[in-house]
Ligand binder design. Structure first.
Ligand code: AMP
Ligand code: GLY
Length: 427
């Protein structure tokens, strides 16, 4: 079967890398892809939101299955459009993708179904939002309702900062995504991510992971799309995973089915492990980036039948196998990210770095220029490694990082520190 993957990040490189290994996959295409994806798939320069062009390409190349990586085409209805054209795909409908596309939608669903999450209010006028903030006090969290490329969440340390965030968001900083705000209680604890495949009815828990959102070591500096990740996340004990399934994920999937918007695809729950147990921070309707990279490295079975089962409604018959290893990924970003950063700088040493034991390098913002690899984005490379422990996976990943010659790039030096501290305690 011919397969098309939509997207251009490290997540899509990891998906293409895993799908290319499937005996079910004949030709693999990626739209638009990047400088690394070219090694495993044919890249085609199509925009993920140009649905007409995507459909025309699918017809021309006789594509049998489409895997949608990023949230933007999902929220805009690519899966619905493909369905209407009789083309099978992995990823939720636009209605189901509201779990990511509208924070207010998800908070209301949690309230209705008693799913543990931070207490909240939804507002579209500044005065009532500020009255709510005055009543609750700081710290408090202000969020744009819609998709804001990971920048729409402000953790306010003071009432004044929260009020400024209200003015900023409702004042139009994020366009229509900020026509409404969610204001919510600040949750204390350790964050973890939980991934589950869903076919509308059945849920197959995949794995846990931990991201590192702040740009600098020791979780300092502004939030980013994620500077590194590892899986599994030891904070998520087997007992906690059972609770997350029972108290959060399963009720959500049931609620979505009851609402007539069954969720098919991967449900990514961002969680805070509080002293009262796991609470939902947010849902995403797609794989995490860079979490997907570590999940694909650990997966020890064919990924394609799993993705296809989400569409076919046959997840109850799907089997899953993991390597008995930890995977860890270090994001290399262009100097300046998440602010303004330099573009079009050359990266060398990738072959040497990729030859390190247990290492795989996934590309994000790169393009190939003849034989050269050029950095074009903010997050540029995911240097990923497996190991028997998080400490071993980390050592391997950083050994590979050392071999990459890219003076205009940087990375965090402490990816995995929480898990490694736990490993030391348990040694
Ligand atoms: P989100 O885009 O909702 O994942 O938010 C981005 C980051 O903000 C999360 O990964 C958390 O670190 C933080 N965050 C969001 N909501 C809360 C909350 N209610 N309490 C504490 N931290 C939060
Ligand atoms: N790494 C966070 C995300 O994919 O949303």
């Amino acid at each position: 079967m011919n397969i098309l993957v939509i997207g251009s990040g490290g997540r899509e490189h990891a998906l293409c890398w895993a799908i290319a290994k499937s005996p079910l996959c004949q030709q693999l295409y990626c739209a638009p892809g990047n400088g690394g994806i070219r090694q495993v798939a044919e890249c085609v320069s199509l925009s993920p939101t140009d649905f007409d062009a995507i459909i025309a390409f699918i017809r021309e190349k006789e594509i049998g299955f489409v895997v949608i990586g990023p949230e933007d085409p999902l929220v805009k209805g690519l899966a619905d459009r493909l369905d209407a054209e009789g083309i099978a795909s992995f990823g939720p409908s636009a209605k189901a993708a509201q779990l990511e596309g509208s924070k207010g939608f998800t908070k209301d669903l949690c309230a209705e179904w008693d799913i543990p999450t931070a207490a909240y209010g939804r507002f579209s006028d500044a005065a009532s939002a500020k009255t709510f903030i005055a009543k609750k006090g700081a710290p408090i969290v202000v969020k744009a309702d819609g998709l804001a490329a990971g920048k729409g969440v402000i953790i306010a340390e003071s009432v004044e900062q929260a009020n400024d965030a209200i003015d900023d968001i409702l004042g139009g900083r994020f366009g229509v995504a900020g026509a409404e705000v969610v204001v919510e209680e600040f949750l204390e604890g350790e964050e973890a991510s939980f991934f589950a495949l869903c076919d509308g009815t059945n849920v197959l828990p995949l794995a846990t992971a931990q991201d590192h959102k702040r740009v600098f070591d020791n979780d300092q500096g502004p939030n980013t799309g994620g500077m590194g990740a590892y899986s599994p996340a030891p904070v998520m004990t087997p007992g906690l995973s059972v609770r997350v399934m029972r108290e959060i994920v399963e009720p959500t999937v049931r609620a979505m089915r009851d609402k007539g918007m069954p969720f098919k695809g991967v449900l990514y729950a961002g969680l805070m492990i509080t002293k009262d147990g796991p609470k939902l921070i947010e849902y995403n309707a797609r794989f995490g980036d860079p979490e997907c990279q570590v999940l694909m490295m650990r997966l020890d079975c064919d990924v394609l039948p799993l993705l296809m089962a989400c569409h076919a409604g046959t997840l109850d018959k799907a089997a899953l196998r993991w390597k008995d290893e930890v995977a860890l990924t270090v994001v290399m970003a262009a100097e300046g990210y998440p602010g303004d950063y330099r573009k079009n700088t050359e990266i060398k040493g990738l072959a040497e770095a990729g030859a390190e034991a247990g290492v795989q390098i996934f590309h994000a913002g790169t393009k190939a220029d003849g034989g050269r690899i050029i950095a074009t984005g903010g997050r540029v490379l995911n240097v990923t490694a497996t190991g028997k422990t998080t400490a071993e996976a980390q050592a391997r990943a950083y050994r590979a990082v050392e071999r990459i010659e890219w003076p205009e790039g940087f990375c965090r030096r402490d990816i995995g520190y929480r898990a490694i501290e736990r490993e030391k305690l348990n040694a």
